[in-house]
Design a protein around this ligand. Structure first.
Ligand code: MN
Length: 253
């Protein structure tokens, strides 16, 4: 059956409950809706494991497209023992303890410490290597007739954007959102919180680009951008929780 509606959601960051509620609010129906998830499923929020399980199920059973975010990449690298020491520290600075806590069922994330990372890694890889492999192989972009969907953005200095680096796909900020897009399509992106783009967590419409990261794991909101026939028709919003804001605040101090 033809998909008549596209829904784009980004930066779930362990907020699995909000994702479930948001999909219900949209009345998501895999038979006629194309769901595009823009990455960053793990870290910060309380339910990274639940979020990855749900996203994987949506990909397998509902034909959802799930892109990779920088947090997903870093989590994979830490879990596979490929992250260098500075990257491991960054992982812990940016809400990684919450992801580990979620995978180990270990309760309070403040007891998760960088010194014991290889122990956590061994336990998580023993039980959930399939999650890590799933995150590792996610694509960096998705494209339809009118839009390009990507986690962070497109580098305007690269003539053929498909040739840009993995780091551009996953990490680019100002160089992308402060400059015109040269790709001929509107770019839907996450990674940079909307509140940093226009002082509110609502979807940012920036002409040739649309920023949808509502900062749910900071307690703001999870946005779903609805597109029909190549045009944005509506935005659905699910509020974040104080729990996830507290978790984010504690780790980012
Ligand atoms: Mn990101």
């Amino acid at each position: 059956m033809n998909k008549t509606r596209t829904l784009a959601i980004s930066d779930i960051h362990g907020c699995a409950e909000q994702l479930k509620r948001l999909l219900a609010k949209c009345r998501f129906d895999a038979r006629c809706d194309r769901l595009v998830l823009l990455g960053d499923y793990v870290d910060r929020g309380p339910g990274s494991r639940q979020a990855v399980a749900l996203v994987r199920r949506l990909v397998r059973e509902s034909g959802a497209i799930a892109l990779q975010g920088n947090h997903d990449r870093r989590f994979v690298r830490v879990m596979q023992g490929r992250a260098h020491p500075a990257e491991i520290l960054k992982f812990f600075e940016k809400g990684g303890a919450e992801a580990i806590g979620s995978y180990l069922g270990a309760g309070h994330a403040s007891r998760i410490v960088p010194e014991r990372v290889s122990e956590y890694r061994a336990r998580i890889m023993a039980g959930c290597e399939d999650h890590i492999r799933f995150l590792e192989h996610l694509p960096y972009y998705y494209e339809d007739d009118h839009f390009i969907y990507v986690h962070a953005g497109l580098n305007p200095e690269i003539q053929d954007w498909r040739q840009q680096s993995v780091m551009d796909y996953l990490f680019i900020r100002e160089a992308f959102y402060k400059h015109p897009v040269t790709a001929g399509k509107t770019v839907v992106f996450g990674h940079t919180k909307a509140i940093e783009l226009h002082d509110k967590p609502d979807v940012w419409f920036g002409g040739d680009k649309i920023g949808i990261d509502g900062g749910c794991s900071y307690g703001y909101q999870l946005n779903a951008l609805e597109i029909v026939d190549g045009a944005v028709t509506r935005v659905y919003v699910e509020p974040g929780t104080r729990t996830s804001r507290a978790a984010a605040g504690r780790r980012s101090r």
